[in-house]
Design a protein around this ligand. Sequence first.
Ligand code: PZK
Length: 287
Amino acid sequence: MPEAPAHVGSGKVRELYALDGERLLLVASDRISTFDVVLPTQIPDKGRVLTGLSAFWFARTRELCPNHLLAIGEDGRSLECRRLEMLPLECVVRGYLAGSGWKDYRRSGSTSGRDLPAGLVESERLPQPIFTPSTKALEGHDENIDADRAVELVGAERFREVEDTSLALYLFASAHAAARGILIADTKFEFGLDDAGRLVLADEAFTPDSSRFWPADEYTPGGPQPSFDKQFVRDYCETLGWDKTYPGPELPADVVAGTRARYVEAFERLTGIAFDAYLADPQAALQ
Ligand code: PZK
């Protein structure tokens, strides 16, 4: 009997296992977090939606950048990946001013050392997408860093390469998504290097957990936008007077069902693939 794969890492809602020296298994659970707290209630098939979306984007962006995907698990919720030397950089691209980008801008008129035009409002579309790298903070949120700091971490040439590649990936996916009624406000990539030192896209790609997805038909700059996937959960939590610390609340069945439907809707709109077809045969559906 082969041994059980060794657990090598945990994200908030994902697990990483080593299959052997060269291969990892990335498993997406059905757990959901809101206000940075993982809730006790799961959203059925959320992990499959995120895994299917990642696999879809990896297949569609191979010509822009090679990626770590080797195979999709038969369960539809896991990805077999090439093991890489990961770069110590979170590669964030912002097309709209939200989250920490908006907070930085309101305080200083810039984010990650990039000056922006005066007078922008919350959620406004930027004149052009910007690359705003961050580093994994040991505790809590990632810390936005400027280009000089990023160059210290990966070198000038590699920095140029990850910036150019990140922007190209964002331009491709945001145009595809916008044509299907979903705005990708921002997104985060992680890259690694293969044995030959080539840049490879890793982790997840353009999932609602690594990106802010907004419904295009409700887009109204000047305030926060509803989340395509998590808005029912946030709205329900706001009715409770919960203080947003652990433990989070259980979700009622209608909130679970509505949220599952939004994940499935995002999958179907973005991929053009029926989610039932993906569940029946993940590999075949994504061909
Ligand atoms: C790797 N993480 C973060 C993500 C977790 C942890 N292809 C790769 N090669 C080597 N290392 C990694 C990857 C990838 N992807 C990614 N940590 C290491 C992470 C998801 C779940 F538990």
